[in-house]
Design a protein around this ligand. Structure first.
Ligand code: ZN
Ligand code: ZN
Length: 304
């Protein structure tokens, strides 16, 4: 039986009028359409990844786009950009729809908390970035994803932001002080993290901040195998996404340094950070840690 599945990724920062009822709406309509995945809803907006049969995905998008901000529609979702990839129907085991305080947890304090509708980097499209690269424009790319995502694939010459987790965002401005006056482009998987991350850099005094609209995934679909090394890490059971067979793997096993794109977890149960652990080293994976701290914590059996 061959059926066509699609996986869509979407977000929008926009005021949501009734978070709890919108959660109920999402659960009901996703269940009705047989969609599985993860949706987070907060007063500041929505962030989701869902997978289902192509025709049901189209119907979900249609229903979402009818919400135009008028009373009873939860907010204005009429222009949400659904970024789709063909898939095999196995990316998720369940549907999870949750109410949160933020649609991506940032770790920003109440004073630092920002609204991307007020302060954010200038959006550029994939085509514009391609032009920047081709005409040798002077700029720096800060990759706003986590270190393990950067490790398995990234734009050639991009900087690792220095985040193990996006909650480290409040700590990264000082790591990139040297390019505060330069033209800076932030990138992430499909764009949602850059909305606040680029705003945060501006808040910290970075002069010339841009963000890649639609993220790395959109760029890779448009220009497969170009300017990006390795694979795109994704937050579902696929682990990584490729857009061409002709690419060079850059991920390396944390144990033996062999080339690999296989992910495992830090053995310390309170950490469970993603690590690249190759097939050969995997049988020992219960004893592989992301660092000395985790190893010691596990030995002592105490929480960090
Ligand atoms: Zn290995
Ligand atoms: Zn760890």
């Amino acid at each position: 039986m061959s059926q066509n599945f699609e996986l869509i990724i979407f977000y929008k920062y926009t005021p949501v009028s009734d978070v709890e009822r919108f959660v109920v709406w999402q659960k009901k309509h996703c269940a009705e359409l047989g969609l599985l995945g993860r949706i987070l809803i907060a007063k500041e907006g929505i962030n989701g990844t869902v997978e289902g049969l192509v025709e049901n995905i189209r119907e979900y998008e249609r229903r979402m786009h009818t919400f135009d901000g008028k009373p009873g529609t939860f907010g204005d979702f009429s222009d949400v950009w659904f970024k789709g990839s063909p898939s095999n129907g196995g990316a998720f085991e369940k549907l999870k729809v949750k109410a949160r305080t933020e649609i991506v947890a940032t770790g920003l304090s109440d004073e630092e908390e920002l609204d991307p509708n007020q302060i954010t980097g200038t959006h550029i499209e994939a085509e514009e970035l391609k032009q920047w690269i081709e005409r040798g424009e002077e700029f720096e790319i800060i990759d706003m994803r986590n270190d393990y995502e950067h490790a398995v694939g990234h734009f050639s010459g991009s900087r690792d932001s220095g985040m193990k987790n996006f909650r480290d965002l409040p700590n990264i401005a000082s790591l990139h002080e040297d390019i505060k006056e330069k033209k800076v482009l932030t990138v992430c998987t499909y764009g949602v993290r850059c909305e606040k991350a680029s705003g945060y850099l501006k808040q910290k005094g970075f002069k010339n901040v841009y963000q890649l609209h639609g993220g790395i995934g959109t760029y890779m679909k448009k220009y497969p195998g170009q300017d990006f090394l390795g694979s795109l890490y994704v937050f579902d059971d696929r682990m990584t996404e490729q857009f061409t067979d002709h690419y060079q793997k850059i991920g390396t096993c944390v144990v033996c340094a062999a080339t690999s794109e296989r992910f495992g977890n830090c053995a310390w149960s309170d950490c469970h950070k993603q690590l690249i652990i190759c097939e050969a080293c995997a049988p020992n994976k219960t004893t592989i840690y992301c660092g000395k701290d985790c190893e010691l914590s596990h030995m002592k059996g105490v929480a960090k």
